[in-house]
Design a protein around this ligand. Structure first.
Ligand SMILES: [Zn+2]
Ligand SMILES: [Zn+2]
Length: 291
């Protein structure tokens, strides 16, 4: 059965998202959904749109969230945060500025690294590439950001930097700067909690080490380590077809954590489904009570 909520959606305010917030709200209204959350990567810029859109879609509750890249002693994870108090706390403001600065550093690094390898790829080129899939007002508000691999690959092939079929990582791996570190849990989590947000680990069965190695693990012991490292209040138990959903949910019940579910959309096609993530409708009330 389709769920009546979706708590993991990326809008065009995510560096890798293309969807307008309005598109999600229209679709959620058509489907008679109760609640959706916007969870862009490392930013809550979508709140600029929410203020004027929310009154136009009164039947859908919209939660302001974000999905942060956070490092920790046990590895890097995607951490979902929901419901920020207003006005924003100063520690959250500083944290968001750190993530923004990191985007700018990565963007500059990409351009400089490509030029160092002899390719004519300027910041103007990067801006034009960003504008090919994200609106002008977003790009001007955020400045230069990283670009998802699929767009970089197509662009590099078009410009003759890469041959058809070659992996884009062949070029980008040589220009990435490992010194542009991710913010760590000991700074990020207190800033999120001070701002009144609930913290949940996204897709807990998929995470990665600093070296980029992706690890898939699920065990109660590992969940305990996650809970400790990120001080989580909840777990995204349903995210994509996963045989771990029931085990995640059972862990939440044992530990008194809330469960969330979402489809992690970044792009949409006609007739897209917002309720097919597999999470139960009962989870939403538990979540909203704590929000
Ligand atoms: Zn994620
Ligand atoms: Zn996501």
């Amino acid at each position: 059965m389709a769920a009546n909520y979706n708590l993991h959606l990326h809008t065009h305010w995510s560096y890798d998202g293309e969807v307008t917030p309005e598109t999600y709200l229209k679709r959620a209204t058509e489907l008679g959904m109760r609640c959706i959350a916007f969870t862009d990567h490392n930013t809550i810029d979508v709140r600029r749109d929410m203020e004027h859109l929310a009154p136009q879609f009164p039947h859908v509750q919209v939660v302001l969230g974000a999905e942060f890249d956070v490092d920790s002693p046990i590895g890097a994870h995607h951490i979902l945060a929901y419901g920020f108090s207003r006005p924003l706390s100063s520690s959250l403001g500083k944290l968001l500025a750190t993530y923004r600065e990191r985007d700018h550093q990565q963007a500059a690094c990409l351009c400089q690294g490509m030029q160092a390898q002899g390719f004519d790829f300027s910041e103007e080129d990067l801006k034009a590439l960003l504008l090919s899939f994200r609106p002008e007002h977003v790009v001007s508000a955020q400045g230069l950001t990283p670009v998802p691999r699929r767009y970089l690959r197509d662009y590099f092939v078009r410009r003759g930097f890469l041959k058809e079929g070659e992996e884009v990582s062949k070029l980008t791996d040589r220009v990435l700067d490992p010194s542009i570190a991710l913010p760590t849990a000991d700074r990020v989590i207190p800033a999120l909690k001070e701002s009144g947000a609930l913290v949940a680990v996204a897709h807990p069965t998929v995470f990665w080490r600093a070296e980029g190695r992706v690890i898939v693990d699920f065990s109660a012991r590992y969940m305990d380590r996650l809970r400790e490292a990120f001080q989580i209040d909840g777990v995204e138990c349903a995210h994509m077809p996963s045989n771990q959903q029931q085990a995640c949910r059972a862990y939440c019940i044992r530990q008194g954590l809330f469960s969330v579910a979402g489809s992690d959309l970044h792009r949409v096609e006609a007739g897209f489904d917002l309720g097919g993530h597999g999470g139960s409708n009962d989870w939403l009330d538990e979540f909203l009570e704590r929000l």
